[in-house]
Design a protein around this ligand. Sequence first.
Ligand code: ADP
Length: 308
Amino acid sequence: SRSNEGAPLGDALGEAFPGLHVEWTDNRFREAAGQGLPVGIWIAALALVLGVTVFGGYLLLRDVNRDVRMTEVRSQFVASVSHELKTPLTAIRMFAETLAMGRSRDEHTKSEYLETIVNESERLARLVDNVLDFSKIEQGKKIYRLRPVRLEDVADSAARAMQFPLAQQGFQLRFSVEQEIPELRADPDAIQQAILNLLTNAMKYSGDAREIYLRVGIRGAARNGEALIEVVDHGLGMAADEQKHIFEKFYRAPSHESRLIAGTGLGLTLVAHIVKAHGGRVEVESAPGSGSTFSILLPVLSDNGIHS
Ligand code: ADP
């Protein structure tokens, strides 16, 4: 305020502002204190800020942890796929080189080597198919082409495809058609892939057991039952809490025995996807040490052509 009399009120503002003074009211501090918020609110505000900071920190940590886990899963996956590809490739190369050098003269050995090469190439193709299909599923691009199919034929060709590797490792595959199955609408390649994955697992997790069953038939009443594909092994089996996770992508049982067996953790993920796409479901019955039964159940066409 500008002073119009001699005695200035308040403090001068300085030389730059000649004649200008700041006027202080007597109770300026008291007022400020009086208008202030109650202590409780200050504490609440402080607690809120702290809370938000801690929560933010937690979210950040969780994200970082998830990133680390994803990186681990990814590198584990790359390692296991490479490992799985390497085994058949090594066999193919070894047998092909032996043949190329002309070391084995006898025809029987030669054809055995050739058979192994064909078989290992098929195994390679199955592995690659699994990975490619998985990536298609992840991108939502996997297409199933359904058409009328005889399940007995699909199961039979799956059994044939596994004949050589089964025999090579001393397995007996008992394939049986329990009941006549009405025609299904299905993608035969996909169903065959699902059966092959189950048979491959039955072999991998058989331990010392050497018998595997593949059964097809009907569950329930003949007319509105479901088509059933059953793969039974008498191998390692699994505990109930393991069974809950086996259909998750990349999941592999943590038990030591299964850890030593090569795998990507995608086989059953694909089985579950294929079966679901057909309107069916997969059931597992298993106990440690007594083996596992995997059942694929698919809806069959009733007489009027509608899914039962
Ligand atoms: P992978 O065999 O490549 O590990 P899968 O998705 O086929 O992946 O199987 C997931 C897990 O389920 C396996 O790691 C194994 O622990 C368990 N599993 C699958 N099939 C069987 C089986 N027949 N007996 C015992 N355990 C099995």
